[in-house]
Write a protein that binds this ligand. Sequence first.
Ligand code: FE2
Length: 431
Amino acid sequence: MFDLIVKNATLPDSTRNIDIACADGIIVGLEHDITAESRETIDATGYLVSPPFVDPHFHMDATLSLGTPRMNTSGTLLEGIALWGELKPIQSVDDIIARALRYCDLAVSMGLGAIRSHVDVCDDTLKGVEALLEVRAQVAPYLDLQLVAFPQDGVLRDPTAMANLIRALDMGVDIVGGIPHFERTMQQGADSIRQLARIAADRGLMIDMHCDESDDPSSRHIETLALETQAHGLQGRVTGSHLTSMHSMDNYYVSKLIPLMTEAEINVIPNPLINIMLQGRHDTYPKRRGQTRVPELRDAGLTVGFGSDCVMDPWYSLGRADMLDVAAMGLHVGQLSSRKDMEWCFDAVTVNSAAIMGLKGYGLAKGNKANMVLLQARDRIEAIRLRAHRLATIRGGKIIARAAPVVSDLNLPGRPETVNPADYAPQTNQD
Ligand code: FE2
């Protein structure tokens, strides 16, 4: 007797009519026509079943704070930073926990199964750390939350940040963060990377730094991060988030930089919604896009996953935990419009991001965790095109969120009675 069978699924590789059997939280069958009994059955009716969405870059200590203590009226990064400085001292641990849990509810309904969140350690009370450690424990049954100790004001620039970061790691934060481009000079930025890499190596931890998040073509922190990664034998365990400067760097220099990053097996996390919103602000016209060199980094063999970064916080008023919206922006800004590239953009918010986070048992295969999302779309490209409606989120073989399909009733002479947006498909199946 199985716990759950998902009937008539289409898998991300476009294999059709697959039944997925789940027992004891594990996928135990993945084949055509499973007839055994099950406590619960859900009919996917040919829609796409994917492993859950994964957001590899988020700020859960700030999310849903939009409007507290006031709105970001200009919509700029600078006012956002000022606003966060006003909010930090007045928010309580309980405020942060309540907002974060509410965000996790939304995330589950949108098919997210894992989130890597940075948590600001530039606050001597470490309220954010205390709050998100509690949230990590509370949501563990339905959402994997990974925490990065993030020195928002610069680990060397802020006099107590290094001590706070170490305290946060002692309290149980998972990953070492950094923000070298925000230190006072390029030299201090490089020093911060060396010190943080040593801490990560000594403790056996992963690294995920906000790195070169500017339009400065001469920012060089990813180079230092790649070198330190190799020096400490941390290959494959280090992530460069944002890397927006690479958009503006000299092409010859980049031709030298990318092989260095490849040797260090650096993981790459662009945040398309935020990068396109915040970068190029000092430009007149033409304005730079500010998204890092996604296809070039991918083609060099690096793992690239898209993150959402912000939802309704001091820096970004919009967002709704929709990783398909993130994938769509990454697709457009990166001009990733071939059929294969569009499919890859779906992978960037699922399997690639799961690999960066090091999630165990992720993916639709026998023996893996029975975690998945049912989408009102027929394949990966249609999922992005439609920002497909989430019909069910499944965790450990249990349905933890469910929604009715979106179908409109029509009242037009001589036309069909209903319209389902997922019924509009290309005229050919050929690539
Ligand atoms: Fe960020």
